[in-house]
Design a protein around this ligand. Structure first.
Ligand SMILES: Nc1ncnc2c1ncn2[C@@H]1O[C@H](COP(=O)(O)OP(=O)(O)OP(=O)(O)O)[C@@H](O)[C@H]1O
Length: 532
């Protein structure tokens, strides 16, 4: 097809070709067929047609209509949708051309400092073991000036969102999730990997009721130091601040001091949150929270949740001991300590996962072929085998439904048709119903996740609405990285650099705030020491 045949759709088709989403032959075939039947069609109509018949996802179509055709293919990953924005960057749902599995791909803003060699070493570490509770860090790369990290896509809802919506959990359910996480951590620790950022938003509860630890690998990379860290200091500061509610005292004093014992402390905070519906130190500024982790005892669990067994509350307090020596000798000992509180889990909706199974039903990508079998890591808990999976929670995270795609079209399309669009302009186009769903990488707003909509959350046993304060403080918008390193010869996708200028001013303020926080903490402890 020659360009002149494309009419008003010309720019869109050119951008689509440039995006790399679809091979040119099949694309031209589909477009010429569409224009033969709709000779006066504008770009939005063509985009809608491509979405309807499964060639593009709504996310991809909107990007291209808005002139953001680059960066939709990163290495082997074809971005399908935006999942959410964290402190380091934007996370996308993607499919890999290598294996057609679904992945969560975290894209760092352009020019952020990067040490791919260290990250690749991390990836190799995760290839040596496998556990149902560990979502492994499987890939890193750089494409089109952007750095990306990949994990298999985990289905379900984060523990944070479940507690925010449904309130504190039944003690035995909270204990079960803690056991699952502790089992995963045990194996990771045995493989010389710690997490470093354990918190409720990093625990995904699958439709099979299996807890899965997200973001494995990031914490280690933040503390790696071979002259340069993985990411620039702004990214590190953002990530550390976002994890403050569950940060261990020692990691607050020295951010590179992240250890298995620190993971225990953080898991203690997570368990406290699940049992009470609030984090241990919900009040105050970042500095006050940092000090509270150092010096204060959280409100007793029994005051917030009288039905939590005293022994279980004791386990949480031991996990949250101020010094590493006072905590458990390891997460395997923790599993043993939690075992008596599992109670009768067989009546749980959706059943209970068989924690001894190597299968990973809630991971979209499944187990990686060639992984070593899961080692015996001293787990003594035997939970009843689950009788069935509700599956409801997986609805919007599932694989793309087979689409009537054109032959040889590379990208499967999981998006249903969204109805007619009346918005003709390239600059403002948004497919109906998606107006606020997609955030730019450069945006400071936290985009919604692809979690099942709140109304459709699986009904987990809880103890009614949370009393007192809200279950979790709404997170402040994630500040973005200041570009610190120019990668010569790499073309930056437009969508990755937009709004960068606007954020430079904010970054300066954030740096000053971080420095001020550190100085205040130092001054506080200096004064305390002097008074003693
Ligand atoms: N492997 C994964 N599978 C499914 N969803 C994921 C995966 N990893 C991350 N997500 C989701 O992507 C979104 C953004 O994650 P990200 O880790 O960047 O931010 P966060 O954990 O919410 O915050 P922070 O960056 O402060 O830790 C979250 O909703 C998270 O649940």
């Amino acid at each position: 097809m020659v360009t002149s045949d494309l009419g008003a759709c010309e720019w869109f088709v050119w951008d689509l070709r440039r995006s790399g989403l679809i091979d040119r032959g099949p694309l031209d075939q589909i477009v010429s067929e569409f224009l033969r039947r709709n000779p006066r069609a504008e770009a939005p109509a063509l985009a809608e047609f491509l979405v309807d018949q499964g060639t593009l996802t709504a996310f991809q179509a909107e990007r291209i209509l808005n002139g953001k055709s680059q960066g939709l293919v990163l290495g082997p990953y074809v971005l399908l949708d935006a999942i959410g924005a964290g402190s380091m960057g934007q996370v996308y749902k993607a499919t890999s051309k290598n294996d057609n599995n679904l992945y969560a791909v975290k894209v760092l803003p352009r020019r952020s400092m990067w040490n791919v060699r260290l990250a690749r070493r991390q990836v190799r570490s995760f290839s040596t073991f496998s556990h149902p509770a560990v979502v492994p860090f499987v890939d890193v790369g750089t494409a089109g000036g952007l750095h990306y990290l990949a994990w298999p896509l985990a289905e379900g809802h984060t523990l944070e969102s479940i507690v925010q919506q449904q309130g504190k959990l039944e003690p035995n359910l909270a204990a079960m999730y803690a056991v699952q996480v502790a089992q995963g951590l045990t194996l990771a620790h045995q493989n010389n990997l710690f997490h470093g950022l354990v918190k409720p938003s990093n625990i995904m509860i699958g439709p099979d009721n299996q807890a899965r630890i997200l973001d494995f690998g990031i914490g280690s990379l933040l503390v790696e130091n071979e002259g340069e860290s993985l990411v620039d200091t702004m990214s590190t500061a953002n990530t550390l601040t976002s994890g403050l509610d569950c940060a261990s005292p020692e990691s607050i004093m020295e951010p590179t001091n992240r250890t298995p014992a620190g993971d225990q402390y953080s898991l203690g905070c997570v368990l406290y949150y699940a049992l009470t519906g609030r984090v241990p130190f919900p009040e105050g500024s970042a500095v006050e929270k940092m000090m509270a982790h150092q010096t204060k005892t959280p409100m007793p669990i029994v005051e917030l949740a009288p039905d939590v067994p005293a022994g279980l509350a004791d386990v949480v307090m031991r996990l949250m001991a101020k010094t590493a020596e006072e905590r458990f000798t390891g997460c395997d000992e923790l599993v043993e300590a939690l075992e008596p509180f599992l109670g009768d889990l067989s009546r749980m909706p959706g059943g209970v996962p068989n924690t001894h199974s190597g299968a990973r039903p809630g991971l979209s990508s499944g187990a990686r072929p060639g992984l070593a079998p899961r080692s015996n890591h001293g787990t003594k808990v035997t939970l009843p085998t689950r009788s069935g999976t509700t599956g409801a929670a997986a609805a919007d995270r599932g694989r793309p439904s087979p689409a009537p795609a054109a032959p040889n079209v590379r990208t499967p399309n999981p998006q249903p048709a969204r109805g007619p669009s009346a918005v003709p302009s390239r600059a403002s186009f948004q497919l109906p119903g998606l107006a606020d769903e997609v955030a730019d990488t450069g945006s400071t707003a936290r985009a919604p996740t692809t979690e099942t909509p709140r109304a459709a959350l699986p009904k987990l046993p809880t103890r009614g609405a949370t009393t007192g304060k809200p279950a979790a403080q709404p997170k402040s918008p994630a500040p973005q990285l200041e570009p610190v390193e120019e990668h010569e010869g790499e073309e930056a996708p437009a969508w990755a650099t937009e709004a960068g200028e606007e954020k430079k001013a904010n970054t300066g303020v954030i740096i000053i705030a971080v420095v001020a926080i550190v100085l205040m903490v130092a001054a506080y402890f200096g004064a305390t020491m002097l008074m003693k």
